[in-house]
Design a protein around this ligand. Structure first.
Ligand code: GLN
Length: 279
C-alpha cells in the first residue's frame, strides 16, 4: 500500500477513536517508524511501505487508538526546539510551559547566574533555559528518581553540561543555597478536575498533576518557601492553571514579593505568575 493511502486510513481510524489530532498523530507515528521527517512523507507519499514497517505502524496506531499518548509511543517530544525523551514517570512537555521558559529568560539577562528548577520532570524547562544561557549554573530537583534519571539522559543527549540534577523533595537537599531565579511547573490540578479523565493526562503520573487545596497547595508552599532561597532581587516564576493567577498573585504579594505580575500563554490564559524578592 502507498504511504499516503496508509496515512489517510490511519488518520480516519484515529479520528473515529476520538483523537483530536488524528492526521498529525498518524504522520508523527509513521515518521517515527521510518525515521524520517514530515516533509519526507509529503514528498514520497507514492512509495510503498515494507511489511515490517507496516506491522510496526499498525501496532502504534492501535495503541494510539486505545488512548496512549503519542509522546510515549515515540518516546520523544519537541519542546523549545529541543528533542526530549519522554516516559511515563514525567509529564509530557507542553507548549503552554514554553511561557514559563520565555518569562524566565526575560529575567536572566546576565552572562551568568544560578537557577533552580523545582520538579524538573523530563528536564524540559531546565534544559531549554540551559540551551539559551550557557553561562548559567542550573540546578534541577525532582522527588521522583525516575524523572531525575530521564532528565539526566536528556541533558547528556543534548550535551547541556551546565545542568546538575538531583533527587529531593522541593528544597530539602538544598540547605542554604540561594539562586537568582527559581522556576517551577508544580502539580496544580484539583483532584476532581474533569480534564483528568481525557486525553494524554490519563497516562501521566498523578503526582505531577494533582495538588491539594483545589490544586493550589504546592503553589502556596513554593511561594512561601522560595523566599529563603532567593538572592535579593531574585525572581520566582510559577506555572499554574488558567484560573489560578489571581490566587497566585495574592499569595506572592502577601509573602512580600515585589513586581508581582502574570503572563499569558499562546491561548491567552494567564499561565505564569512571578514576583521578585526585595533587594
Ligand atoms: N497543564 C497541565 C494540564 O492541564 C497540568 C500540568 C501541571 O499540573 N503542572 O494538563
Amino acid at each position: 500500500m502507498r504511504l499516503d493511502t496508509l496515512l489517510a486510513r490511519a488518520s480516519q481510524r484515529l479520528a473515529r477513536a476520538a483523537s483530536p489530532t488524528a492526521r498529525l498523530d498518524a504522520e508523527v507515528l509513521l515518521c517515527h517508524v521510518l525515521n524520517v521527517d514530515r516533509a519526507w512523507l509529503y514528498t514520497w507519499g507514492d512509495r510503498p511501505l515494507d511489511p515490517w514497517s507496516h506491522a510496526r505502524f499498525d501496532a502504534l496506531v492501535a495503541a494510539r487508538a486505545g488512548g496512549q499518548p503519542v509522546a510515549y509511543l515515540t518516546g520523544e517530544r519537541e519542546f523549545w526546539g529541543l528533542s526530549l525523551l519522554t516516559g511515563p514517570s514525567t509529564l509530557i512537555p507542553r507548549p503552554d510551559t514554553e511561557t514559563l521558559v520565555a518569562a524566565a529568560l526575560a529575567r536572566m539577562p546576565a552572562e551568568e547566574g544560578e537557577l533552580l528548577d523545582l520538579g524538573v520532570g523530563s528536564g524540559a524547562v531546565a534544559l531549554a533555559l540551559a540551551s539559551e544561557r550557557p553561562g548559567w549554573r542550573i540546578q534541577g530537583v525532582d522527588c521522583n528518581p525516575d524523572a531525575v534519571a530521564l532528565a539526566t539522559r536528556n541533558a547528556e543527549r543534548l550535551g547541556l553540561t551546565g545542568v546538575s540534577l538531583e533527587v529531593g523533595d522541593w528544597f530539602e537537599k538544598l540547605e542554604q543555597r540561594t539562586f537568582s531565579v527559581i522556576v517551577a511547573n508544580p502539580p496544580y490540578l484539583a483532584d476532581d478536575d474533569p480534564h483528568l479523565a481525557h486525553g494524554d493526562v490519563r497516562f501521566e503520573p498523578r503526582s505531577a498533576l494533582v495538588a491539594g487545596q483545589r490544586g493550589l497547595a504546592d503553589l502556596y508552599y513554593l511561594i512561601e518557601a522560595a523566599r529563603a532561597h532567593l538572592l535579593p532581587g531574585g525572581w520566582l516564576l510559577l506555572e499554574h492553571g488558567a484560573e489560578q493567577a489571581e490566587a497566585a498573585r495574592r499569595a506572592l504579594v502577601a509573602r512580600g514579593y515585589d513586581a508581582v505580575t502574570s503572563e499569558c500563554d499562546l491561548a491567552g490564559h494567564e499561565r505564569v505568575s512571578l514576583g521578585q524578592r526585595p533587594a
